[in-house]
Write a protein that binds this ligand. Sequence first.
Ligand code: ADE
Length: 237
Amino acid sequence: MAPYPPLGDGGYMHIDILTVLPELLESPFQHSIMKRAQEKGLLSVQVHQLRKWAVNEYGMVDDYQFGGGAGMLMMCEPLAKAIDELSQQRKFDEIIFLTPDGELFNQKTANSLSLKENLLLICGHYKGIDERIREHFVTKEISIGDYVLSGGELPAAILVDAIGRLLPGVLNDETSALFDSFQDNLLAPPVYTRPEDFRGWKVPAVLMGGNHKLIEEWRHEQSVKRTKERRPDLLDE
Ligand code: ADE
């Protein structure tokens, strides 16, 4: 029997990332839960230097925009060639462009992407990418928030982390994603560890009482209270 529950048809998720700054993505997947996911064979992440598909020997992948305007754009050709070549190796379920004008990333999108097998993430740079790539290759555009970053690498790392930890077998019971904030549209309740009394600030008595039913009720009440106070929009969904 397989040691881990099968995922889709392939049994694991593969994520390719296209970037001009692969160095930015070296560390995020080499620690903690992302490292474990890869060691367990549940996730593989491959970062590709886009300049491998550059239009000339100087590694050119960007050019001025037609019609004028400050800033360079990532050209069609390197991106199209890279996508074509990688698509021969895998059938991508989604080709995702990280961009501030994409749909806002949330737990629901993370959940649904965690059911896929092959994802390709495109990190934009400069003033963005030629619109024709978005029209003809990209299947999903995602923003991680209403602010502009200097490139799509950090957003890509966030996506991989949020998705990777949801893959079956990655988290153990103790860290189960089922109890995360947002999984049921509620924020997580407050949590405490030793000591029971720190500078006179005491842990709520119910958590020390050992009555699991009461503890669950308290946690749920606290979740609802916290969500009402901080994110009432979640309760409307
Ligand atoms: N690239 C630059 N800013 C971004 C954002 N907020 N989300 C996703 N990709 C981006």
